[in-house]
Ligand binder design. Structure first.
Ligand code: HSE
Length: 346
C-alpha cells in the first residue's frame, strides 16, 4: 500500500521514526509492501512544510539537527498549522506526535478527531487522548472507515498493548501488573546505589526519560494514565483517568530502600489492574515492596516490564524500554505496519 504521511509535531519521537523510515525504506517496501511519502510536517515551534509529491525526509532531519528548526527547507508550501495540515493536505495517515497536555489531552484530541472525521488513519504515542477518550475516538474511527493505533502510549515500542490485545486474546487475562514508568524506576535504582532523590531526578530529566513536568512521573500520574489505557483497551474496563487510587514515589526515603534490601525486598512503583469476581476492574498505582525473587524486583534503571496473569498460559512477562527516541519511534512504525496489513486486505 502507498501512504502519504503527515507528521503533526517533529520532536524527539517524530525524528526517531524519521530516522527509522530513512534506514528501513527499502526493507519495508520489499518485505511488507509498505510504500510511503512524507507529504507534510507541521510543528508549532520548528515550522511547517507541505508538498503533495513528497518532502525530502533526510533534508528535514538534517535541518532540524543542525538548526533546531525547519525554516530553511525551501520547497513546497510553508507555514500551515496542524489543523490545516490535517484537513487540507493529501496525507492519508496522520502521525500525532505534538506536545500535549496530559490533563486535558489537548491539542492532540482535536487533532485526532479532525483526522478521523476527514477519513485519515491516525497513529499516536500521546497518552492523553487515549487515557481520556479512547472509546469515543475508536468509535469515530470505525464510523469513518479508518484506523487508529496507539501502541506507543504504554511501554513505548515494547509491544505491551499488542501482546494483550492480539497474542493473548482469548488467554483469559485476569490481571496486569508492572513497572510502567522509566523515570521512577531509574530514580529508585540510583537511590539504591546511593544517589540522592534530587540528583537522580535531575539525571532522569537530562537523559530524556522524564515528562516535561516530572510531577507526572514521581507522583504516579504517568503510570496511572498507562494502566488506565491498558485496563480500558485490553481488559474491557471503562475507568476514567482519575478514578483509580494513585500514589507516587516521593515518600520513599533512602533509608526505606536500604532497609527493604536488607529484608530481601525492593521498592518498585507498581501499576496494576485486576478483574474482580463480580467482573468489575480495580486499577491502582502505588509503591510496593517486592520480594527480590519476583521478576519485577530485578527490573532496574529506566527499563519497564509488565506481567499479564492469564487463565490458560499462567503469567506472561514482557520486559523492555518504556521511553526513548528510537523505541517510541518504532512504536509508530509497528502501528503503521499494522494499518498497512489491514488496509491491504480490504
Ligand atoms: N516519562 C515517561 C517515563 C516517558 O518515564 O516512563 C514514557 O512514557
Amino acid at each position: 500500500m502507498e501512504f502519504n504521511i503527515a507528521f503533526i509535531g517533529f520532536g524527539v519521537v517524530g525524528q526517531g521514526l524519521a530516522e527509522i523510515l530513512i534506514e528501513q525504506e527499502e526493507f519495508l517496501k520489499k518485505n511488507y509492501d509498505f510504500h510511503f511519502k512524507v507529504v507534510a510536517v507541521s510543528d508549532t515551534m520548528k515550522g511547517s512544510w507541505y508538498k503533495r509529491t513528497g518532502l525530502d525526509l533526510k533534508k528535514l532531519l538534517a535541518l532540524v539537527k543542525e538548526n533546531g528548526n525547519l525554516k530553511g527547507y525551501g520547497e513546497g508550501i510553508e507555514g500551515w498549522d496542524s489543523l490545516k495540515t490535517i484537513e487540507e493536505t493529501n496525507a492519508n495517515l496522520i502521525l500525532e506526535v505534538a506536545w500535549t497536555d496530559l490533563k486535558t489531552g489537548e491539542p492532540a484530541i482535536t487533532h485526532v478527531k479532525t483526522a478521523l472525521k476527514n477519513k485519515k488513519h491516525v497513529v499516536l504515542t500521546n497518552k492523553g487522548p487515549i487515557a481520556l477518550a479512547v472509546r469515543e475516538l475508536l468509535d469515530l474511527a470505525k464510523k469513518n472507515g479508518v484506523e487508529m493505533r496507539y501502541e506507543g502510549t504504554v511501554l513505548s515500542g515494547t509491544p505491551a498493548l499488542n501482546l494483550g490485545l492480539n497474542n493473548l486474546a482469548g488467554a483469559g487475562i485476569t490481571k496486569a501488573m508492572g513497572i510502567v514508568n522509566g523515570t521512577t524506576n531509574y530514580i529508585l535504582t540510583e537511590m539504591e546505589k546511593g544517589m540522592s532523590y534530587e540528583d537522580a531526578l535531575k539525571q532522569a530529566q537530562e537523559l530524556g526519560y522524564a515528562e516535561a513536568d516530572p510531577t507526572a512521573d514521581v507522583e504516579g500520574f504517568d503510570a496511572l494514565g498507562k494502566i488506565v489505557i491498558l485496563a480500558n483497551t485490553v481488559m474491557g474496563a471503562n475507568l476514567s483517568k482519575d478514578e483509580p487510587p494513585c500514589e507516587g514515589i516521593t515518600k520513599i526515603t533512602a533509608e526505606d530502600i536500604v532497609k527493604a534490601k536488607e529484608e530481601g525486598f525492593r521498592w518498585k512503583l507498581i501499576a496494576g489492574a485486576e478483574i474482580k469476581k463480580d467482573g468489575s476492574i480495580d486499577a491502582y498505582v502505588r509503591p510496593e515492596k517486592i520480594p527480590l525473587t519476583h521478576p519485577l524486583a530485578n527490573i532496574m534503571g529506566p527499563t519497564n516490564a509488565l506481567t499479564y496473569s492469564t487463565k490458560y498460559v499462567s503469567d506472561v512477562t514482557i520486559v523492555g524500554p518504556g521511553a526513548g527516541k528510537l523505541p517510541t519511534g518504532f512504536a509508530l512504525l509497528t502501528d503503521i505496519l499494522d494499518i498497512n496489513r489491514l488496509v491491504s486486505k480490504r
